[in-house]
Design a binder for this molecule. Structure first.
Ligand code: SF4
Ligand code: SF4
Length: 56
């Protein structure tokens, strides 16, 4: 299952810079992951300072 970013996101952008397939973009009030592009590598979850990305 693809990763998803929770409302804890503070829009720092760190995850987007780490994603190997550029699946993460800035959304309305938080960053969002394109589920069809995500390859479930976990890099975003490891990078995020607030633990916002998680697998559903
Ligand atoms: Fe990108 Fe990997 Fe996070 Fe999916 S799990 S959004 S591929 S960094
Ligand atoms: Fe949001 Fe975490 Fe990504 Fe920063 S690293 S944009 S807080 S999900």
């Amino acid at each position: 299952m693809a990763y998803k970013i929770s409302d804890e996101c503070i829009s720092c952008g760190a995850c987007a810079a780490q994603c190997p397939v550029s699946a993460i973009s800035e959304g309305d009030g938080k960053f969002v992951i394109d589920a069809d592009t995500c390859v479930e590598c976990g890099a975003c979850a490891e990078t995020c300072p607030v633990g916002a990305p998680a697998q559903e």
